[in-house]
Design a protein around this ligand. Structure first.
Ligand code: GRF
Length: 211
């Protein structure tokens, strides 16, 4: 049984999608903890109501990123994670922290990486005139929103889309994509190749959904 520790900063809808898929599909895994850097993160309420241990490590209590990340890692490691799952965790992580969880930390980003790393992805996609947008699950490496791509989901950008309407459609895909990618990870059917791509060992073609 694999221990997942999920890090959130806010709403936590991806965390909920993961917890529900884990229960419904009977993954060989459990959500060992949901940890937030914000006490008011809405997702903590869901976790508490569903008997998932929670913790808060407030970044404002620390002098610098290194001190915060050290404290955060200590709390995470207390839950003996096999995998650390970033799900809307809005902090830039130090190289030391990323190195500590090397090969066992995933993130979901609301764009088709390597396009639009960072913030305001939907606005930037619309402004760039993109005809497709989407979301990416990737292995976390020290460079922000980079790292081997595990899976992507695509949606069409409609002519009348606003940042909010596009974000809402992408979010629906995120809730399908992240549980799927995590399940693969737990089942051990993914491998990072020497050139840094993530491949599905079973030849499963569904590393892209939508489109
Ligand atoms: C998602 O769009 C995710 O891709 C991004 O932050 C958002 C988090 O949403 N990293 P939620 O907290 O999971 O609802």
């Amino acid at each position: 049984m694999k221990n997942l520790v999920i890090l959130i900063s806010g709403r936590g809808s991806n965390m909920v999608a993961i917890a529900e898929a884990c229960a419904a599909e009977g993954w060989d895994a459990r959500i060992a903890a949901v940890i937030s850097n914000r006490i008011d993160a809405q997702g903590l309420v869901y976790a508490q109501r569903n008997g998932i241990p929670t913790a808060v490590v407030n970044h404002r209590d620390f002098e610098d990123r290194e001190a915060f990340d050290a404290a955060l890692a200590q709390v995470i490691d207390g839950f003996e994670p096999d995998l650390v799952v970033l799900a809307g965790f809005m902090r830039i992580l130090t190289p030391g922290f990323v190195q500590h969880y090397s090969g066992r930390m995933l993130n979901i980003h609301p764009s088709l990486l390597p396009a639009f790393p960072g913030l305001h992805t939907h606005r930037r996609a619309i402004e760039a005139g993109c005809k497709v947008a989407g979301t990416t699950v990737h292995v976390v490496t020290p460079e922000l929103d980079h790292g081997p791509i595990v899976a992507q989901a695509v949606v069409q950008v409609r002519p009348d889309d606003t940042e909010d309407t596009l974000a809402a459609r992408v979010l629906v895909m995120e809730h399908r994509l992240y549980p799927r990618a995590l399940r693969w990870w737990i089942e051990g059917v993914l491998e990072v190749t020497v050139d840094g791509r993530v491949v599905h060992l079973g030849g499963e073609p569904q590393q892209l959904i939508g489109g």
